[in-house]
Design a protein around this ligand. Structure first.
Ligand code: TA6
Length: 282
């Protein structure tokens, strides 16, 4: 079942329910902000203080960072993580191929308003498959006569039982930029979180595992050479208006990305797809 919803403030989203799972996707940003398999707890974390307002990114779920990850390289007045997550996507297609699966395709394309932010003709397609697993695929098409370069991320917020219980596997021995110290390091062993963490792992393509006390989440990536791991910890959580002070205890971002040195250059007519498939095991 696919139901279009509109909040009192005009914020539009889509509710999906099938035999596998339920999900919610906002038209702003093509932002999937809820995914929960039937009989299980939500896979994604969503802040109870999140805005659901036009022009403000939802805090949680899977924000799309595109066409740049992080701060704009040269213009600090431009939105962090690009403009896609605060832009109105169009729902192109919705299919229910079987009772366990729902497929949605959203589209964003260059417009006079967007060209002011980013001077290239493009089409951006977001394909979301809600089933026993969750697949998100973001395809960039260069519709311009000149090349352009993008960095991007599926900025996934995962719900965890308690941050001290979790570990992340799959990034052992991978080089990462530590944004807190502005230097490059090598990951030793699996990742445990006991303080603020904000790292961009580079040249990494393999599957990642988020091991929690009551489940394991597997992230299979395609078209991605970076992985970002972020937890704001106490101080940052308390400073963020759309996060509760103790939010850091029950969330962890593991992002399927192409960031920094893993930027992608697209020639005219070229396409690139950044894709991940999430599954969970008890
Ligand atoms: O992905 C990590 C990060 O770049 C952090 O530095 C932090 O800023 C986080 O994204 C959230 O960014 P946002 O713009 O959504 O508040």
């Amino acid at each position: 079942m696919i139901t279009k919803k509109k909040a009192a403030n005009g914020f539009e989203y889509i509710e999906i329910e099938n035999n596998s799972a339920t999900a919610k996707v906002a038209l702003q940003g093509g932002h999937l902000f809820h995914y929960q398999q039937q009989g299980k707890k939500p896979l994604l974390w969503l802040s109870p203080k999140s805005h659901f307002e036009i022009g403000k990114a939802i805090r949680g779920g899977i924000p799309l960072c595109w066409p740049w990850f992080g701060k704009h390289r040269t213009d600090p007045t431009l939105p962090q993580h690009g403009f896609a997550r605060i832009s109105a996507f169009e729902l192109l297609e919705s299919n229910e191929p079987d009772e366990n699966t729902t497929e949605l395709v959203f589209k964003l394309q260059s417009s006079a308003e967007i060209l002011v932010l980013w001077p290239y003709q493009f089409q951006l397609f977001l394909r979301i498959t809600i089933g026993p697993t969750l697949t998100v695929a973001l395809t960039t098409r260069n519709c311009d006569t000149k090349s352009f370069t993008i960095t991007s991320a599926l900025h996934s917020y995962f719900a965890v039982s308690y941050i001290s219980y979790v570990s992340v596997q799959g990034l052992e021995k991978v080089e990462y930029w530590d944004s807190l110290t502005d230097d490059t390091k090598i990951q030793k062993g699996s990742i445990h979180i006991s303080e603020e963490v904000d790292r961009v792992y580079q040249k990494t393509t393999g599957p990642l595992l988020l091991l929690d006390s009551d489940r394991t989440i597997k992230i299979v990536r395609d078209g991605s050479c970076s992985a970002v791991v972020w937890n704001p910890w106490k101080d940052k959580s308390a400073k963020m208006a759309d996060m509760q002070d103790d939010a850091y205890k029950t969330m962890l971002c593991i992002e399927t990305a192409n960031a920094m040195g893993d930027a992608r250059k697209l020639a005219p007519g070229e396409e690139h797809t950044l894709k991940m498939t999430l599954s969970e095991y008890v």
